[in-house]
Design a protein around this ligand. Structure first.
Ligand SMILES: Cc1cc2nc3c(=O)[nH]c(=O)nc-3n(C[C@H](O)[C@H](O)[C@H](O)COP(=O)(O)O)c2cc1C
Length: 268
């Protein structure tokens, strides 16, 4: 598989949400590389886009509402934008956004998807949002402080960030022991995906041919962010994991439930 997929596969294991940053700006070469990827991702997407804000006054993460101030010092940020009239497609900004997050991780930068603890009004001043657009989440971008600060540790403990549901709990359809290696590798990669308050609101279904990400059936979930946004993030991990295992591209379709087909060209 290509170098980009290899880099992103490695980044999946390295990525952790980081909330405290040193003020050192991100090098222009890295920002340019990210901007080029973001252009490509945005071109391939109908109703969603990512914006890269190179420098800002910090207001987005230091508003006056409770909970702000958790993210500190990031010199740049990413904004994940979806369609204002179609929350049924929130997986798209998740899917394209996580590609930018994995690339940033590969470049040695820290990130943290943030859908709650930021000030949308301050972001609105940095972004030129069209009426049909809705800002779903942002991520700080920069060099994280080497050690975790006290508040970072508290946030990680509160969200249970280091834990993940087991594959046995997440995988449905055919018995997990019967899944081909590519589908198991894909599910393991998706299991590590970030989600709001680490709720992991997804299941992975394999029917003998297609692997599907579905929003879980659990009601009254923790957090107010869209579960479809989380599922789009997991879908990116699923695709990267499948392609890594197969060493070949997979085909992907969005429908009521996003599906990927990980069959080798010429295979079943
Ligand atoms: C869509 C989304 C929204 C999130 N919103 C916030 C947030 O508002 N504030 C925050 O500190 N962390 C937020 N997080 C980070 C999660 O708490 C974190 O991803 C999860 O606990 C797993 O930890 P990890 O990313 O270190 O693996 C969000 C993550 C996602 C994917």
């Amino acid at each position: 598989m290509n170098e980009q997929n290899r880099n992103w596969y490695e980044a999946i294991a390295l990525r952790h949400s980081r909330r405290k940053y040193v003020r050192t700006p991100v090098e222009p070469e890295k920002l340019e590389r990210l901007a080029a990827l973001i252009d490509e991702l945005n071109r391939g997407s109908d109703a969603s886009r990512i914006a890269l804000v190179h420098s800002h006054d910090g207001a987005i993460f230091s508003g006056i509402r409770g909970g702000y101030g958790i993210i500190k010092g990031a010199p740049s940020y990413l904004a994940f934008i979806g369609a204002s009239d179609d929350s049924e497609r929130d997986e798209e900004p998740g899917y394209i956004g996580e590609a930018a997050v994995l690339e940033a991780t590969h470049l040695g930068l820290g990130t943290c998807w943030v859908s709650g603890t930021f000030d949308p009004a301050a972001a609105g001043q940095d972004l030129d949002l069209a009426a049909r657009e809705r800002l779903l989440a942002v991520s700080p971008l920069g060099y994280p402080k080497e050690s975790y600060s006290f508040t970072e540790k508290v946030m990680k403990r509160a969200a249970g960030s280091h834990t993940r549901k087991t594959l046995e709990k997440l995988c449905i359809g055919e018995m997990l022991s019967q899944w081909p290696d590519w589908a198991k590798t894909a599910a393991e990669a998706a299991r590590l995906a970030p989600s709001a308050v680490n709720r992991q609101p997804w299941v992975f279904r394999f029917d003998g041919r297609e692997l599907t990400v579905e929003v879980d059936a659990e009601g009254g979930s923790r957090g107010s962010a869209s579960k479809r946004l989380d599922c789009g993030i997991a879908l990116r991990h699923l695709v990267v994991g499948a392609q890594h295992s197969l060493d070949a591209p997979v085909s992907l379709s969005f429908g009521d439930t996003p599906r990927i087909t990980g069959v080798r060209p010429g295979g079943r």
